[in-house]
Structure formats: C-alpha cells, structure tokens
Write a protein that binds this ligand. Structure first.
Ligand SMILES: *[C@@H]1O[C@H](CO)[C@@H](O)[C@H](O)[C@H]1NC(C)=O
Length: 264
C-alpha cells in the first residue's frame, strides 16, 4: 500500500483495509506506544479534527445521549420506570452543520422528546456520529470493516438560538436542506412545540479507525474550532471520490429534492 503525506486529511485514504489486512489485535482499539515501529503514518490531531469536521458536515443523523433526571416527577404518559433515574439514554436524532464557524451542531429540539426533556431537567448532552462511506464508490468494491472507519462524540450542553441568530444565520433553510422532512416540525408548527438549539461543544472524543493507522483519543477544543472551511472542503474521507465535495453527496441531495413528497 502506497504511503501518502499531505497536510490535509488525505493520508487517511491509506487506512482503507479489507478484512484480510487487519492490524495486529493490540492496535485495533488503541494507538501503538510512541516507540513502536509503525508501518503507517497516523494522522495528526489537527488532521483528525479536519476529518471530524467533514463528517459533521456530510452526515445528518447521529445519536444524542442524555441522562434521566433523579427527580421523581411522574411521566405518566410514557410509563417511565422509576429506576431509570441517572441512567444514560442514546436516541437517534437529526442535526445540521449550520454554524460552521464554531462547529457547534444545530439541533431542532422537540419539547416532548426524551432527549430534550432530560436537557430541560438539567442533563448535559453528547452527540455521537460516524462516517457512512459511499460503499459503491470503493474501487474495486470490497467489504470494509466498520471498526476501521471514523466515529466520534461531541460532549457539551444545549443552548437556545436567539431569534436574531435564527434569522441572520438562515438556520431553518440550512437545516431543511439537510432534512427536508423536518419542515413539518420547525418551530411554530401546529403539532409539536420545538425550538432551535446548538450543541455547545466542550470536548471531542475521536476514534479515527484502527489504532495502528488512525488517531484514537481526545481532540482539544481549539483544534476542533480552528478547522477552516477550506480544510474541510479539501479533506477526503474513506470511500469519497477525488471529486469529493458535492460528488456522490450532491447526487443524493438532487435525488431527495426530486422526491420532494416525504412520507411522514
Ligand atoms: C455538565 O457539564 C459541565 C462541564 O461542561 C459540568 O460542570 C456540569 O456539572 C455538568 N452538568 C450535569 C448536570 O452533569
């Protein structure tokens, strides 16, 4: 496999593996010690931050984790058992990369949804996401170990967007571009109370893939925030074509615009 060196996140392309080229098992879930002879160049923390920001930009769905409050307030409508107090729960939700200057994901918080009830009761929140590569673009087509692909968690808290921010940042437009179906539950809709929020990122935990060729560990907040639009655009994730930006993704987007009638 050819080694590549670049200031963008391109070297990560070398980390595409088939199941026949798994790393030694001790380096699957952690990085080798600094003195171990390595056959791959492990991306730097900044390169890993660029990959993470590109994933945030291209992915649309993740898992929100919150903690059930210890309060005994009854949630009769949902039959909530008393003993879940203090337990974490992870639930699928939509997000949008609508504040690219900071990398704080935008979330449409529905008041009656468990994640946001927990937040209202004082819970912090974590968004976990992973890269879903366009497998059909792997040449030649082959099976990729999901454990070799990047995933990460953004740990923080929720903060409401004020009216001026919602307007000036065109948040609804950005979010609906990612999630056309969400047009049905934007703030002000007649069915569910909802509001715009940002997940204020405090910590970033990153697993770039197998530990012998990808960084596994925390990414300092300054690295996360300092990633530029240009770096995100130039970066290519596993399975992306050279054309990259708007290549396979725009095909998907155009398709979703054609099928504008969403079944809800
Ligand atoms: C939320 O996270 C902050 C750190 O960012 C921490 O100080 C605080 O105790 C956490 N709140 C709860 C309810 O766990």
């Amino acid at each position: 496999m050819k080694m590549r060196f670049s200031v963008t996140c391109l070297p990560f392309l070398t980390s595409l593996v088939s199941t026949s080229s798994l790393p030694p098992s001790q380096y699957i879930f952690s990085n080798p010690a600094p003195d171990v002879q390595k056959s791959y160049r492990i991306p730097t923390i900044h390169e890993s931050a660029i990959q993470a920001r590109r994933i945030l930009h291209l992915e649309t769905i993740g898992t929100l984790s919150t903690i059930f409050p210890s309060s005994s307030s009854p949630f009769i409508a949902e039959n909530r058992p008393a003993d879940v107090s203090g337990a974490p729960i992870g639930l699928m939700d939509y997000f949008g990369d609508c504040e690219p200057d900071t990398g704080n994901p935008t979330i449409l918080a529905i008041s009656i949804a468990t994640s946001f009830k927990n937040v209202a009761a004082g819970s912090n929140i974590t968004l976990s996401l992973r890269w879903h590569p366009p497998f059909s673009h792997f040449k030649p087509p082959r099976h990729i170990s999901a454990a070799s692909l990047p995933r990460f968690s953004l740990v923080g808290h929720l903060e409401d967007l004020n009216e001026a921010e919602v307007k000036s940042q065109d948040v609804a437009k950005c979010f609906v571009k990612y999630h056309p179906d969400a047009a049905a539950w934007l703030p002000g809709n007649k069915i569910h109370e909802s509001k715009w929020a940002r997940l204020v990122v405090k910590e970033v935990y990153w697993i770039g893939g197998f530990g012998d060729r990808a960084y596994i560990g925390w990414i300092p907040l300054e690295e996360w925030k300092s990633v530029t639009k240009d770096e995100v655009e130039k970066c290519r994730l596993p399975g992306e074509t050279k054309k990259g930006w708007n290549s396979w993704w725009s095909v998907f987007r155009e398709d979703s615009e054609e099928n504008s009638a969403w079944e809800l």
